[in-house]
Design a protein. Structure first.
Lengths: 205, 100
């Protein structure tokens, strides 16, 4: 092998290392579906709690939030576990999952206590949910350097403030709009972005 | 220009080098993920991972997730050290040519 060929081979090795390190760090987790699922769950809970449906379970509006949130939490765990076995675990992925899990437990505990103690006015209830979602979205967006998610955080913070200055129907409307943009639209956008990334990754491999 | 044998032969293989480089960016990775990223066959990938495991550069963990077997690989400290040294040697060998 001549000197030029050897040199080229060494350069190729260096280039291979750089490409593979970048490839390994590229996110493979899919989270868009979680935003969409929870967005739909919030809508179900709002609809259930604000409408008088007939029936032994649907007729009990006070069950709307605890039941919907518990079912959605279980669904997230089941689907998440099934999806987990498809790749690589990264430190960033674990950090983000930890944040959302901690936020979910805090929110569940606090809202359940607010509901059971009778101290949960709807405006406060919505402000708590929106501010917690704003905090977690902001932290996640900073880690991921994702401006779109930070925009969602700003919308949630805005919704939290607006809810406290609004009456009950207005705060419901604020919440519904924030869910639409930050859960439904952002979830679908995330799923499309992830699908594109997967397609690009498989083409690269 | 210096000869190639100065480089660690366990890492120098293209697929093994790709595998170690991939594993630096993750905590652990499934066999199927490594296969997809490298585009290699099951047999070749398994053989190269075994060589890395025997050298102490990767650790393997086998478990069942929902009754399905799952093989996870992660880079060991020795593997990280070996790759770092390999890159240093590469840079030394290339010298000023690295930027050309």
């Amino acid at each position: 092998m001549n000197a030029n060929a050897e040199e080229q081979e060494l350069k190729d090795r260096l280039s291979l290392i750089e490409t593979m390190i970048a490839e390994g760090r590229r996110g493979t987790e899919s989270w868009g579906w979680v935003f969409l699922l929870w967005g739909v769950a919030y809508y179900v809970a709002i609809l259930w709690s604000s409408t008088s449906f007939p029936g032994p379970i649907w007729g009990r509006e006070f069950l709307a939030w605890p039941v919907t949130m518990t079912i959605t939490f279980v669904l997230t765990l089941v689907i998440g576990t099934r999806k987990q076995g498809r790749g690589a675990a990264t430190t960033i992925g674990r950090a983000i999952a930890a944040m959302w899990m901690a936020m979910g437990i805090s929110m569940f505990t606090l809202l359940l206590s607010l509901g059971l103690s009778g101290r949960g006015e709807q405006q406060v209830f919505i402000a708590v949910i929106a501010s917690m979602l704003g905090t977690t979205n902001a932290a996640s967006s900073i880690i991921l350097k994702w401006k779109m998610q930070f925009a969602c955080a700003v919308v949630w913070w805005g919704a939290a403030v607006a809810s406290l200055f609004a009456n009950v129907p207005q705060s419901t409307m604020v919440f519904v709009v924030a869910i639409f943009f930050c859960q439904i639209v952002f979830g679908i956008y995330g799923m499309i972005a992830e699908a594109r990334e997967r397609k690009r990754s498989s083409a690269h491999a | 220009m210096p000869e190639l044998p100065d480089l660690n032969p366990v890492i120098h293989g293209k697929l093994r080098l790709a595998l170690l480089s991939l594993l630096t960016g993750v905590e652990e990775a499934e066999f199927t993920w490594l296969r997809a990223k490298t585009g290699s066959t099951d047999g070749n990938l398994g053989a190269q991972l075994l060589k890395l495991e025997e050298a102490g550069y990767v650790a393997v963990e086998k478990k069942f997730v929902q009754r399905k077997p799952q093989t996870l690989y992660r880079m060991t400290e020795a593997g990280r050290q070996a790759l770092t040294e390999y890159v240093q040697v590469l840079k030394e060998l290339l010298g000023p040519a690295i930027n050309s």
